[in-house]
Write a protein that binds this ligand. Structure first.
Ligand code: F0G
Length: 351
């Protein structure tokens, strides 16, 4: 029976007698075995963790359910976040479910239409600022300092607590941790949360090992790789347009403690992986999510051996969030035809 992450992983979460337990259906997402691409990647045992199957279409829901439950426990009536889109959609949904006022700050340009539409549909107040994500985050941090509002960005530790449950699920599904976990890195909360989850499971013996954490930033928004803040982050993967990640240190710790890497992939590599996932695996994700596979392809092409290695690529959000990008980068045109059988037969023969 489906229970949601708060019930399923209660003993690992900061849940007290006073924490309300509820679910919008987050967690328990599919871990799908690669049908085709594994052959290109050194005949590895490759899986995709489909976080786009969460209720608002991204991994954010795992952390949001925990953060909102704690906000209710603390009798907060308003939640606020800065976002490149997905956090705002998730906050708005959980805020609506719990009767909280939700305020989201997003960059005025570049947020995917689907994400903005979600936030509006769930009834959030959407404030579009003349600035990027980093500036929006700075503003909401200051706001939460002076007003009785709960900040639900991943600097709220409850968010990472909820998000670590994805690592638990992978181990519960596979029977142990994989050899490698490939994951996109933006604000760096998710890589930090996964690493926490893997470490906790290993500590109590539910996993015999922990994976190498392989984080990938977009080249134009790669502050951790470059070792310096990026003032104007730019990438086709709008969710990753972040120049000063809040969990920077967490990402470095995940990398160093796990013997992993934090590297960058170009927009070209991201879009290539985005197409491969759709056309060879039947997985339509958003560009940011494809950074995990793009990273794996890059290392594989550089000669890193993956034969027989168990690898999980985290696919963080659904492609339906960003239809404009899809229509721009998928090249098969829609063919307009008269409603006539012989014309259709010809078109089918030529397809
Ligand atoms: N993938 C997607 C689809 C995202 O939306 C994000 C971040 C990431 C990856 C990166 O995860 O920040 O934990 O390193 N989106 C945030 C947002 C910043 O506002 O929705 P991260």
């Amino acid at each position: 029976m489906f229970t949601g992450v708060l019930t399923r992983y209660k003993e690992f979460l900061p849940i007290t007698e006073d924490t309300p337990i509820f679910t919008l259906g987050e967690g328990d997402t599919p871990l799908v075995r690669s049908k085709n691409l594994w052959k290109q990647i050194g005949h590895s045992e490759l899986y995709f963790k489909l976080e786009g199957c969460n209720p608002t279409g991204s991994f954010k829901d795992r952390g949001m359910v925990m953060a909102v439950a704690k906000a209710l426990e603390e009798r907060s009536s308003t939640i606020v976040c800065a976002s490149t889109g997905n956090t705002s959609a998730s906050a708005a949904a959980y805020g609506a479910y719990c009767g909280l006022k939700t305020i989201v700050l997003v960059p005025k340009t570049g947020v995917a239409t689907g994400k903005l539409t979600q936030a509006l549909a769930y009834g959030a107040r959407v404030l579009a600022i003349d600035g990027n994500f980093d500036q929006a985050l700075k503003l909401v941090r200051s706001l939460a300092d002076v007003q009785p509002i709960t900040l639900v960005n991943s600097i709220n530790p409850n968010r990472l607590q909820g998000q670590k449950t994805a690592a638990f699920e992978i181990v519960d599904n596979l029977g142990d941790a994989p050899d490698y976990l490939f994951i996109p890195v933006g604000n760096a909360g998710n890589i930090t949360a996964y690493w926490m989850g893997f470490r906790e499971y290993k500590k109590i013996g539910r996993a015999a090992r922990s994976p190498h954490m392989m984080g990938f930033q977009a080249e134009g928004a790669a502050p951790i790789v470059r070792g310096e803040i990026v003032a104007s982050p730019e990438t086709v993967a709008s969710a990753l347009r972040i120049g000063n990640p809040a969990s920077w240190k967490g990402a470095l710790a995940a990398r160093d403690e796990s013997g992993g890497v934090i590297d960058a992939v170009s927009d070209k590599e991201i879009l290539e992986a985005y197409k491969l996932l759709a056309q060879f695996e039947g997985i339509f994700c958003e560009p940011a999510s494809a950074a995990s596979l793009a990273g794996l392809l890059k290392l594989s092409r550089q000669g890193m051996p993956f034969e027989d290695k168990r690898i999980v690529c985290v696919i963080t959000g659904t492609g339906l969030k960003d239809p404009e990008i899809a229509t721009r980068f998928f090249d098969l045109p829609i063919q307009g035809l008269p409603s006539d059988l012989s014309t259709i037969q010809k078109a089918v023969a030529n397809a």
